[in-house]
Design a binder for this molecule. Sequence first.
Ligand code: ZN
Length: 120
Amino acid sequence: MTEEKTKYCHQCGAMIPFMDRYCPACNAKQGIISGMEPIKEDKGKSPWTAVILSFLITGLGQLYLGKRKRAAVFFIGTLILGGVLSMSYSQEQVMGFGVLMAFISAIDAYMIASRKSQSI
Ligand SMILES: [Zn+2]
């Protein structure tokens, strides 16, 4: 059988099923779980790891920092713009654009990691 996840009631401390909205012991309303995941802090995540990841693949550093939307914008944006540019520019110029995007992505990742206050 599957093991049920539990959490603790913030009111009385009773162990209750993870999905329960109300504590069976004291009937206190529990916090609504948005997206099932507790908000993760960026603690312990190195800005430099994020920078290196973003250099490797544009947006990967953002993904590492938990900024999925931002990562997608960088990754998809680079692909689309790169594709558009490749129709009218040389391969070297498109490569240059890719490098530039990697730089921007890396700087952005560093800023997120050091400030930890971006909303997306
Ligand atoms: Zn309770």
